[in-house]
Ligand binder design. Structure first.
Ligand code: AHR
Length: 496
C-alpha cells in the first residue's frame, strides 16, 4: 500500500505568488485589542504594537494582511479611526455586538503593516455605505496631496501616501448575516460602479469583487455569474471564502475537507472563465481566497444583550488533527497557484488564529502556525504537476478519497520540496517519489507534525507541546525517494 508520486521538473502548474501567504486582521474580539495592539503591555513599542506578536508574525512568514473586516467592515466608518485618538467616537459594532473605541484605525494599521513588513489589503464598506465613501477612503490613503482628504492624511502625521494597492469591494455581500446584505444584481452594479470611481482616482489599484461566502451557499454559482455579468471588466479578482468545522461533520470527511476546497476552486474558475467568454474578454480573472481556515463555528455562542469591549470571541484552540487538515488546505491552494494568486488565512491573532496572546501576558504558536510557516518559507518557486497514485479510504461526504494529499515545489534555490499529508489516523503511509530526472545534490530532510494524541494542542501553559520534529532523512536511490509518513501527519520533505 505504498503511495506514489511521479513528477517532472518540466511539468509545472505555475509560480507561487507571495500573496498566497496573506492573513487577516478584523476588528473582532481580541484580534486587534490585546492581540497585536496593547499599549500597556510590557513588550509594546512606542506605537502600542506588541513586539512579541510582531516577532511571531515575521516567523510565520505572512506577506499581506486584509483589514478591517470581515463582517465588521459592513457597518464601519473609516473616518472614525483617523485623527487624534482621544477625539475618536465610540460606536456600536453590530456585526459582533461589541463596543468599538476606534483607538486603532487606519494610521495604526499602517504602522502595524510597516513594522511587520506586510502588504495591506483594504476592504471598503459596501454594506451601509457606497461609491462615494469608498472614493473618499482611497483619496485619503493614496492621493499624494493638495486635496482636503489627502492633506488631512498629512495633518494626521502621514504626508506620504499609503499607496495601498489591493482593495476588496465589500465583504460577503451574499450572506444574509451581512449588514447591508444585497442581491447579486444590487451588489454587482454597486461593485462595478465603485470600481470605476476607484480606478479614476488611482488607476494602479487591484480590485477584488465578493464571490460566495462558501460553496454551500444556496446562491453559489448564480451569485458569481450575476456579479460578473455587471463587474467582469472592472475587477481583477473574485473572492472565495471557506471554513471547515471539525464538529459539523464525521471525522473521515473532516480529514478530507480539502476535497471541498479543491472543487470550490475549480467551480469558481469555471464560472470566471464562462463570464470571460460572455464578455469577449482576453482578461483572465484571478481568484482571491481571502478567508480560509478551520473554525469550530458550531461552538460559537451568539452575543447576548450586553455590548462588551474586547470580548473573547472565536478563540478556537487547534489540535494536531486540525493542523493536518489545515496543511491539506494549504496544499490545495498551492495546487491551484496558477489561478489562486492571493489568499488570507482568517485570522492572524486570537480570533481563529495561528498566534494566541494573553492580555499583559505571553504570546504563543498554535498547531496550525507550523504548516503555514513552513509553506510560506519553502513554497516559493514553481509548483509541479504531480501524478499521485494513493490508496484510498471511504468518506460519507466525499466518497473514496486518497490517503495521500500532496504537492511539490521546485524552489528558486533549486531545492525540491514535497508537502504531504497522510490522512490515515491509524497507520503509517509508505511514500515513494519518482524524481523524473531531478538529481539530488545532497542528503534530504523530513519534518513531521504528528502526535500519538491527535487532540494535542498548544496552550499558554504548554506553548510548545506540538512542534514539527525532524525524522530520519529520506532515502534516495535510483531516481526514487522513499519515506514513511506517520499516521495523521503533515510532512515537509526537502531535497537540495
Ligand atoms: O473571519 C470571521 C468572519 O467570517 C468574517 O468576519 C466574515 O467575513 C466571515 O463570515
Amino acid at each position: 500500500h505504498t503511495a506514489e508520486i511521479f513528477l517532472d521538473l518540466h511539468f509545472t502548474t505555475g509560480e507561487v505568488d507571495p500573496l498566497l501567504f496573506g492573513s487577516f486582521v478584523e476588528h473582532l474580539g481580541r484580534c486587534v485589542y490585546t492581540g497585536l495592539f496593547e499599549p500597556d503591555h510590557p513588550a509594546a513599542d512606542a506605537a502600542g504594537l506588541r513586539t512579541d506578536v510582531l516577532a511571531l508574525i515575521r516567523e510565520l512568514g505572512v506577506t499581506m494582511v486584509r483589514y478591517p473586516g470581515g463582517n465588521f467592515v459592513s457597518a464601519y466608518r473609516w473616518e472614525d479611526g483617523v485623527g487624534p485618538a482621544d477625539l475618536r467616537p465610540r460606536r456600536l459594532d453590530p456585526a459582533w455586538r461589541t463596543i468599538e473605541t476606534n483607538r486603532f484605525g487606519l494610521g495604526e494599521f499602517t504602522a502595524f503593516t510597516r513594522a511587520a513588513g506586510l502588504e495591506p489589503m483594504m476592504a471598503v464598506n459596501l454594506g451601509t455605505r457606497g461609491i462615494s465613501e469608498a472614493g473618499d477612503l482611497l483619496e485619503y490613503c493614496n492621493h499624494p496631496s493638495g486635496t482636503t482628504l489627502s492633506d488631512l492624511r498629512g495633518a494626521h502625521g502621514a504626508p506620504e501616501p499609503y499607496g495601498i494597492r489591493l482593495w476588496c469591494l465589500g465583504n460577503e455581500m451574499d450572506g444574509p448575516w451581512q449588514v447591508g446584505h444585497k442581491t447579486a444584481d444590487e451588489y454587482g452594479r454597486l461593485a462595478a460602479e465603485t470600481a470605476r470611481l476607484m480606478r479614476m482616482i488611482d488607476p494602479s489599484v487591484r480590485l477584488i469583487a465578493c464571490g460566495s461566502s462558501g460553496s454551500g451557499m444556496p446562491t453559489f454559482g448564480d451569485w458569481e455569474s450575476t456579479v460578473l455579468s455587471h463587474a467582469y471588466d472592472q475587477v481583477d479578482y473574485l473572492s472565495l471564502h471557506a471554513y471547515y468545522d471539525p464538529d459539523a461533520t464525521d471525522q473521515a470527511s473532516y480529514l478530507a475537507s480539502a476535497q471541498d476546497m479543491e472543487r470550490f476552486i475549480t467551480d469558481v474558475i469555471a464560472l470566471c472563465d464562462a463570464a470571460r467568454v460572455r464578455h469577449r474578454s482576453t482578461k483572465r480573472l484571478s481568484l482571491a481566497f481571502d478567508e480560509w481556515n478551520i473554525w469550530y463555528m458550531s461552538r460559537q455562542r451568539p452575543g447576548q444583550g450586553e455590548w462588551p469591549r474586547t470580548p473573547r470571541l472565536l478563540e478556537d484552540v487547534y489540535t494536531v488533527a486540525d493542523a493536518v487538515v489545515f496543511g491539506s488546505l494549504l496544499i490545495t491552494l498551492l495546487r491551484h497557484c496558477d489561478r489562486v494568486t492571493a489568499a488570507c488565512l482568517a485570522q492572524l491573532v486570537n480570533v481563529i488564529a495561528p498566534i494566541m496572546t494573553e492580555p499583559g501576558g505571553p504570546a504563543w504558536r498554535q498547531t496550525t502556525f507550523h504548516p503555514f510557516a513552513q509553506a510560506a518559507r519553502y513554497a516559493r518557486g514553481q509548483v509541479l504537476q504531480l501524478h499521485v497514485a494513493s490508496p484510498t479510504y471511504e468518506t460519507p461526504k466525499y466518497g473514496d478519497v486518497p490517503l495521500l494529499h500532496a504537492t511539490a515545489v521546485h524552489g528558486e534555490d533549486g531545492v525540491l520540496t514535497v508537502f504531504a499529508v497522510n490522512r490515515d489516523p491509524a497507520a503509517e503511509l509508505p511514500l515513494a517519489v519518482h524524481l523524473g530526472g531531478f538529481a539530488a545534490g545532497g542528503p534530504g530532510s523530513h519534518s513531521v507534525l504528528a502526535d500519538a494524541d491527535p487532540a494535542a494542542a498548544n496552550t499558554a501553559s504548554e506553548p510548545d507541546r506540538v512542534t514539527p520534529r525532524t525524522r530520519t532523512a529520506p532515502a534516495v536511490e535510483g531516481g526514487r525517494l522513499t519515506a514513511t509518513l506517520p499516521p495523521l501527519s503533515w510532512n515537509v520533505i526537502r531535497l537540495p
